[in-house]
Design a protein around this ligand. Structure first.
Ligand code: FE
Length: 237
């Protein structure tokens, strides 16, 4: 057998091996029923690292991401393993036993309408159905209703792990930039208390609690209506 025949045979063998290990190029589609417990084993408490801006992480360009929950839904911006959303102080204004509702807007309520949507995900970017979210916030003037349930309400993620909150953009109050408080609890997991913030506020940097990981992403700002998105990532036991 001459040299050229040997080279040809070697090339054919190499080509066959590559064929067996070919990586499928079809993007992974996650079915809701495939949601599973995170297996990362992360148990350490969440530590705020202001220099890590999760909210600013660009969409992953690889073919396997972003994860799609189902047809006709927007891709989820999440890279596995994802960092859990950091916990924040509850503050003095939480009221338990809030009404279940997705809209906190009441007739005549002043302010800029805010439509906030997103998912509750585990650290593997799997959507979590039936996760509990309890929101509370100040009104447009920075005042909480501590006697009743104005601008307070809880809801559960749907079968695709998605939530939708209709509310107003909260006002500032002394020492605090605009923020929405929220408690999140995935079924079988612990309650995570945190806060959401708004990009572009001139008070973010002077707010000692502010964390860029918890900035919502503005999808559309039509002046009187703002649409924003935020995905919560929770650690599962
Ligand atoms: Fe507050």
């Amino acid at each position: 057998m001459n040299r050229y025949a040997l080279i040809l045979i070697a090339a054919l063998i190499l080509s066959a091996c590559r064929g067996q290990n070919a990586i499928p190029t079809t993007p992974a589609v996650v079915q809701p029923e495939q949601s599973q417990v995170a297996t990362t084993g992360l148990t350490e408490p969440v530590v705020l690292t202001p220099t890590t801006a999760v909210a600013d992480t660009p969409t992953v360009p690889s073919a396997a991401s972003p994860v799609e929950v189902a047809e006709n839904t927007l891709p989820i911006e999440c890279t596995s393993p994802a960092a859990a959303s950091p916990a924040m102080t509850e503050g003095p204004y939480y009221t338990p036993d809030t009404p279940e509702r997705t809209s906190l807007i009441e007739p005549g309520m002043p302010g800029t309408k805010l439509i906030l949507t997103g998912f509750v995900l585990d650290t593997n970017c799997q959507p979590i159905a039936n996760a509990w979210l309890d929101f509370w916030q100040a009104d447009a003037n920075g005042v909480y209703d501590n006697a009743g349930y104005t601008l307070r309400g809880h809801q559960f993620t749907d079968e695709n792990g998605r939530y939708l909150l209709e509310t107003i953009v909260p006002g500032q109050y002394p020492g605090r930039t605009e923020h929405i408080h929220v408690k999140v609890q995935a079924p079988g997991s612990r309650v995570v208390t945190t806060q959401l913030f708004f990009p572009g506020s001139n008070s973010n940097e002077s707010d000692r609690i502010f964390a860029s990981e918890l900035l919502v992403k503005i999808i559309r700002d039509a002046g009187d209506v703002v649409e924003a998105e935020f995905n919560f990532v929770v650690e599962m036991p």
